[in-house]
Design a protein around this ligand. Structure first.
Ligand code: GLV
Length: 326
């Protein structure tokens, strides 16, 4: 009997097509809403493999109930919604979709940077409010990016592309901080490794590209913002949980830092009355890092191929807990 796969949300068709071509029986959860916890547990019990989204909370109780699953393949590069330790305890491989969305996500970080430095979202709002009356020699001035220092927190695939974009377009000096040095990315981007305090002290723009882990959760708080330059811009396109949003609002209101660009917020979705949305030096987007046709198609393909490769060769392509295979 063919193995059954549950896809927890409608994603680009290529996933279903590839899974079916490989002889798997596919159910795609219909509709435009994430499955509830109860629906997920109930339907996951009837299948062998799960193609999940980051809106699905796959915690230890989930894996205790669904320990029969052969594989969980996530349609995202981030997997902080999944208790990988619990999956590993039950010998369930967990996969993600790196690389295919890196350029798209770096573009959002790069776009936010330009938007913040020139107060673009705010100026757009002024037009909507009928406030574009005349040329203003002194109002709403931004700053230029040429020659500035870009600090990358988390120099991996996405951070490296952001570094290359900023170097190529603006000749920026790039510094970075990671848990451990990334010699390959240093060579690719010319980025220079610094300790965390130096990153905070020297960055004109600090862009976050790390995973959300117990070590990075809430890391960017009032204490950290107070160590940054008063003229600096904080960019987060990784996970909202990495910054403390109340502290960020305060840091911007008190002019502890100059501006912020966010594609991820804490919590998500952001409420329409969030004070960040009224600040001239802030640009916020609703978590659209991977929202290009190319990236979403690549994610759907890779998420399906991970399941197919697991069933055909015993080895997914991009697995986050490879120990389960040994
Ligand atoms: C998006 O946030 C992802 O993790 O792919």
């Amino acid at each position: 009997m063919s193995k059954k796969v549950l896809v927890t949300r409608i994603i680009p068709n290529i996933a279903e097509d590839l899974l079916k071509q490989a002889g798997l029986a596919v159910t795609v959860w219909p509709g435009d809403k994430s499955m509830t916890k109860e629906e997920l547990v109930q339907h996951a019990q009837k299948v062998n493999a799960l193609l999940s989204l980051s809106s699905n909370k796959l915690d230890r109780p989930f894996f205790e109930t669904c320990k029969h699953l052969d594989i969980v393949s996530q349609f995202a590069v981030g997997f902080d919604n999944i208790d990988v330790g619990a999956a590993t305890d039950f010998k369930i491989p967990v996969c993600n979709t790196p690389d295919v969305l890196s350029a798209a996500t770096a573009d959002v970080a790069f776009g936010l940077l330009i938007a913040v430095s020139r107060k673009m979202f705010y100026n757009h709002k002024l037009i909507l409010q009928g406030e574009w009356k005349q040329f203003e020699p002194l109002k709403n001035l931004g700053f230029e990016l040429t020659g500035k220092t870009l600090g990358i927190f988390g120099l991996g695939r996405i951070g490296s592309i952001m570094a290359q974009r900023c170097k190529g377009a603006y000749g920026m000096n790039v510094i970075y901080h990671n848990r451990s040095r990334n010699a390959y990315a240093e060579k690719e981007t010319g980025a220079q490794y610094v300790d965390f305090d130096t990153l905070l002290r020297e960055s004109d723009i600090l862009s976050v590209h790390s995973a959300l882990t117990p070590q990075t959760k809430g890391l960017f708080d009032k204490h950290v913002f107070s160590k940054m330059k008063k003229t600096s811009v904080f960019i987060n396109t990784a996970r909202g949980g990495i910054h403390n949003e109340t502290d960020l609002i305060e840091a911007l209101q008190n002019q502890t830092i100059w501006g912020a660009g966010l594609d991820v917020t804490n919590p998500e979705p952001m409420l329409a009355n969030n004070p960040l949305l009224d600040m001239p030096n802030v640009a916020v987007l609703p978590h659209i890092g991977s929202a290009t046709l190319e990236a979403r198609t690549g994610m759907a393909r890779l998420a399906a191929e991970n399941i197919i490769s697991f069933y055909q060769n015993g080895k997914p392509i991009t697995i986050v807990n490879p120990d389960v295979l040994s």
